[in-house]
Design a protein. Sequence first.
Length: 193
Amino acid sequence: MKIGLFFGTFNPIHIGHMIIANYIVEFSDLEEVWFVVTPQSPFKQKTSMLSNYHRLSIINIAVENYPKLKTTDIEFNLPQPNYTINTLAYIEEKYPKKQFCLIMGEDNLKGFHKWKNHETILQNYELYVYPRISNEQPKSQFSNHPKVHKVKAPIVQISSTFIRKSIKERRDISTMLPTNVWNYIDEMNFYKK
């Protein structure tokens, strides 16, 4: 089974994340996409960051009706700071019969050469790269690499930062989140302070 790993803080997950994940699982050779929830760094306490388990719960709610989309808390118990290469080694050991790939935005590909052991990652894993809008066209030395696959996923200009700010300002942004996620966030009073 070929699985795409979509890393992020997902604070909170929104329709942009869902559209990218669903598009990639439906229009590529990946059979599943796993949302890998990045833990909050104990050294960088952000008051707007929900706890690891709240963010994981919200993603579980978001994917409950999508059998090809899953969540994992695999990084929660790994040493901090998290490096993708360490997570990949751990996940390979835990699921030896599965083939893993990375999902990332074009902006991350541009800085990929700065990642710890990026050569090893590229040697052993395929990268599925979705487009991002930016003022400068992100050029990467890896753009034409045989293991880098450009995915023409729809571009949705929504950020988790915008979602949090809008909720705090008491704006109705319910259409920008999966309905069940919006209901849960509203019920739990997340991001309102």
